[in-house]
Design a protein around this ligand. Structure first.
Ligand code: SF4
Ligand code: ZN
Length: 934
């Protein structure tokens, strides 16, 4: 039996339940509010007391109503809060079990996925799930088995309300904890969530992963890409959390992939600039296209710094991944100051840790920039000019720096030396000392016997550089390729432009090259344009410049750059040397230093002369020991900050001051460093009477060592012959005995035909390889022996009959004269005949042939030799038209004189590069020493 008090209590509950059952939405809403206000925080017994031990009846009604109405959101928030009162009543699982038995977990998870519901409802649902999860592993498993991880993760990803995001994150964290069966599901769910759009959600996910990762222990490889992508976020808190997670992952198996990814981000590929729309953050859409890539670059640099500061092992891993050139590249990114700053700070850390890195970075930056960097790395970008940035960005040092750094690092470690200098100050002071001497350490030490011929004193090197560059700055000529090298911002075009100039300048004088260069660059301003040209067009453009294979190789090289190197010119001296046809050691050094800022010497003919005089090198200048010595000196001397200018200054000095035949020593900027000049001065002094008197009084005074090689006699660089006092400084360099040219005679025939008013000449194209490859020439044959004129006529007649497949009269071949033409290695004499043919059919020939008018000939790819022959023919025609016979007559004498003039002109050299029209139009007869070569 119930007491009256109990009965009253039961009646009250029954009345309440009846009211609920018959109540409208408004009534129930009021009832729920009263319930929450009156019962929040009550324990199970207190609730039972309140509901006469039948509280479960109200809980069942609540749960059922929620399940029926959640989709409409009717009083949902109040319902969930009221349910929370029940589930929070601790110390007894009865309400919880009853709630779960009614399938309420699924309802709660469905609430999370309803887009029409308010965030406050979702937060309440998440609270209820959290209460359930807090009850222990089997409750967490129940949620996970109901696809709870997915539902909560999606709710987090889609929600824009911070409260929802934070509550969902807390629940996920809790589901991963103490839930071994499902922790990996939670972990992968979190990884998937990294690609969500909300920065706040990203931040929370990253924070959660930092906690979950140590729980799951084994990292999943799918984490790497989205994690690195988050470094692209414009929200610093996201970047910060991403870096934190990367730090956590350094103890996992994805460490190598992450480090590799970070290093790669320092040097974004072109595609990266258009591939950054993974995350559709609306704030980011307003920002310029390339910014996310730069943000990522800066974040990668900052992360690298944090990682290297945390572990020496990671630093070494990064070094082996080529991090230094990548950091240098990022330091040169003048489009994004924060990237420069972060990369500079990271680089500073490596430099201060590893002396070998310090040396390499100094070399890559140049002394001035490096000292600015060491003084204040954070502000380096404020003190960097465009060229310096361009040099760093063009990443000249990639392979060299990596291999040098790593091999030296390894060898230092093998020797058991710690490569880490604990005291940064100690490094700093040693840097200061070392920076004064910029001689390359890797060079083998110069043997004592020949040290006289090298530069060993840093102060002398420094003086030489500054005197020469000062002189150059005041005296350099304005040349089109120099202007391009100074002003062209595109490194690819700059390298191409310098390449063209260097190839043209091989064997041809500057004055001649200028016009050719300007026309060439106007027609083919880029490597792509040159690659698209035909060899015929290139030969036409090159006609008259000599050494025709140079143009062909430029053309071949351009095609190779476009087809094999994606249109990108090599960015290092080694690359230029290896990949471009026709580019030798000198040309690679010149292009590398002028266009790419590579710190390398460039030894051409002018430089050989200057260096041989400056260091008194008198052994044969083309011998291997002299060649190596000259390169070593050039590499030592080259200015690390202005290598291109320095090399050009050396060449300019050779061309203008230290000339072959009349060196202007009194005007020379490096006179004080010149052994040859001092030797001449001392010898002159010795010869003077004053010196004689001095010598008499101080007979035993030795000649100062500086003027002599200590090992003269056995030294392989000293003068191999006696000093010739008549020659003075021109005792250096000693040239090799010139091999005599091959003497060759060629029978050649001007075959002409009449086409209406026009006279046409037969031309044959030379083979695509060898001397004058691909150029057009007259029908010719090399003579093996001296033959009579009649025999010549017979040979030509037979040749042309066969060639034209027509019958010709031997006597119709007229002797025109002889033309001497000097190639680099052939002394060629053309014996010229002419013949007029009537009509002859155009047959298929083995060799390519064409008939050209005189005006066509002017634009065709023909050699200077042919131009000279045509000019001779022109002048002889005039003579013949006055009926002057070939036999010795006054007219013949005149013609002979003309022929002789050609020979003399060819031998003595005359004005170069006359065009064909000049040949035809001028009555002056001038020869030309052409140095055409293969
Ligand atoms: Fe040449 Fe005379 Fe100058 Fe010596 S001092 S480098 S020999 S110009
Ligand atoms: Zn010597």
């Amino acid at each position: 039996m119930f007491s009256s008090k109990e009965k009253a209590s039961i009646d009250h509950v029954m009345c309440l339940l009846r009211e609920w059952d018959h109540g409208s939405k408004a009534v129930r809403s009021r009832m729920l509010s009263d319930f929450i206000a009156k019962n929040t925080g009550k324990t199970f017994p207190e609730l039972e007391l309140e509901f006469a031990q039948v509280a479960s009846l109200f809980l069942a009604r609540l749960t059922a109503w929620m399940r029926l109405t959640y989709m409409f959101g009717t009083c949902l928030n109040l319902q969930l809060k009221a349910l929370g009162v029940f589930l929070s009543a601790s110390s007894n699982h009865q309400y919880l079990m009853e709630f779960l038995e009614m399938g309420a977990v699924l309802t709660l998870l469905e609430i999370l996925g309803q887009e029409n519901l308010k965030d406050e409802d979702k937060i309440e649902a998440l609270h209820l799930l959290q209460i359930i999860a807090n009850e222990g592993q089997k409750y967490k498993e129940l949620i996970c088995e109901s696809y709870g991880v997915k539902a909560v993760a999606e709710c987090l990803a889609k929600s824009k309300a911070e409260g929802t995001q934070e509550t969902a994150t807390t629940l996920l964290k809790s589901l991963a904890h103490g839930n071994s069966k499902y922790q990996n599901q939670v972990y992968k769910g979190l990884i998937a969530l990294m690609t969500c759009t909300s920065p706040r959600a990203q931040q929370l996910v990253l924070q959660t992963l930092c906690i979950v990762q140590p729980i799951v222990k084994i990292a999943h490889h799918s984490i790497v890409e989205p994690l690195l992508s988050l470094l692209r976020s414009i929200h610093l808190e996201v970047q910060y959390e991403a870096t934190e997670l990367i730090t956590v992952l350094m103890r996992s198996e994805v460490k190598p992939a992450l480090l590799r990814g970070l290093v790669d981000l320092l040097k974004p590929s072109k595609e990266e600039f258009s591939k950054h729309k993974i995350l559709e953050d609306p704030a980011r859409a307003k920002i310029m296209d390339s910014l996310p890539v730069f943000l990522q670059q800066a974040a990668a640099a900052r992360t690298i710094r944090i990682l290297t500061q945390s572990s020496e092992e990671i630093s070494k891993d990064l070094l082996s991944l080529n991090v230094i050139p990548h950091l240098l590249y990022a330091v040169g990114n003048q489009e994004h100051a924060d990237t420069q700053k972060q990369a500079s700070l990271a680089l500073e850390h490596f430099v201060r840790m590893y002396p070998v890195v310090e040396e390499d970075v100094r070399r890559a930056m140049g002394t001035t920039l490096f000292e600015t960097f060491m003084h204040n790395a954070e502000c380096l970008h404020l003190n960097m000019n465009k060229i310096q940035a361009d040099i760093l960005r063009s990443n000249n040092t990639t392979s060299v720096l990596r291999s040098v750094t790593m091999s030296r690092l390894r060898s230092a470690m093998q020797r058991g030396k710690s490569v880490v200098l604990e005291n940064a100050e100690a490094i700093k002071s040693s840097n200061t000392k070392k920076s004064k001497a910029t001689i390359k350490e890797e060079e083998p030490s110069v043997s004592e016997s020949s040290s006289f011929h090298f530069f060993n004193d840093p102060s002398e090197i420094s003086a030489y550089r500054s005197q020469l560059l000062l002189w150059y700055d005041h005296n350099k000529r304005d040349l089109p390729w120099r202007t391009v090298a100074m002003t062209e911002p595109d490194v690819n075009i700059r390298t191409y432009a310098v390449w063209v100039s260097e190839i043209m300048l091989q064997q041809t004088q500057v004055a001649t090259v200028i016009d050719y260069y300007n026309r060439w660059m106007k027609r083919w301003p880029t490597v792509e344009k040159l690659a698209a040209a035909t060899l015929e067009e290139v030969n036409q453009m090159w006609a008259g410049l000599g050494y025709y294979s140079r143009g062909r190789r430029l053309h071949e090289g351009a095609k190779k750059v476009v087809s094999e190197l994606d249109g990108q010119m090599p960015r290092t001296t080694e690359g230029l040397l290896k990949l471009l046809p026709g580019v030798g050691r000198y040309t690679a050094g010149a292009i590398g230093s002028i266009a790419l800022g590579q710190v390398t010497g460039a030894v051409d003919g002018n430089v050989i002369r200057v260096l041989c005089r400056v260091r008194a090198i008198g052994a044969e200048s083309t011998g291997p020991s002299v060649t190596e010595a000259l390169w070593k000196i050039a590499d030592t001397l080259v200015d690390v900050e202005r290598p291109g200018d320095f090399n050009q200054a050396m060449m300019e000095l050779g061309a203008k001051v230290c000339t072959p035949k009349s060196p202007l020593c009194r005007q020379c900027p490096v006179q004080t460093n010149c052994h040859a000049f001092r030797q001449v001065s001392i010898k002159q002094e010795k010869d003077s009477k004053i010196l004689k008197r001095k010598l008499t009084s101080k007979l035993n005074t030795p000649v100062p060592d500086i003027e002599n090689c200590l090992n003269a006699g056995s030294c392989n660089l000293c003068l191999s012959e006696d000093w010739d006092s008549q020659l003075g400084v021109q005792n250096y360099p000693r040239k090799p005995v010139k091999k005599s040219s091959r003497v060759e005679k060629t029978l050649t025939c001007i075959v002409q035909r009449q086409r209406g008013e026009e006279t046409e000449y037969l031309l044959i194209q030379r083979p695509s390889k060898g001397l004058l490859a691909g150029m057009w020439e007259l029908p010719s044959m090399i003579l093996d022996a001296d033959l009579s004129e009649n025999k010549h006529r017979g040979l030509l007649c037979t040749m042309m009959q066969r060639f034209l497949e027509t019958s010709l009269d031997k006597d119709s071949f007229q002797f025109v004269g002889e033309v001497v033409h000097i190639f680099s290695h052939i002394h060629q004499t053309y014996i010229v005949f002419s013949v007029c043919v009537s009509d002859c059919s155009e047959k298929e020939q083995e060799q390519k042939t064409c008939w050209l008018t005189k005006s066509d000939l002017q634009g065709a790819a023909v050699s200077t030799g042919l131009k000279k022959i045509m000019k001779l023919y022109e002048s002889s025609s005039k003579v013949n038209s006055r009926d002057v016979k070939r036999k010795l007559t006054p007219g013949k004498e005149k013609q002979s004189n003309k022929i002789k003039k050609f020979k003399d002109g060819a031998i003595n050299g005359g004005p170069k590069q006359l065009s064909l029209s000049q040949f035809f139009s001028t009555s002056r007869t001038e020869g030309k020493t052409d140095t055409q070569n293969t």
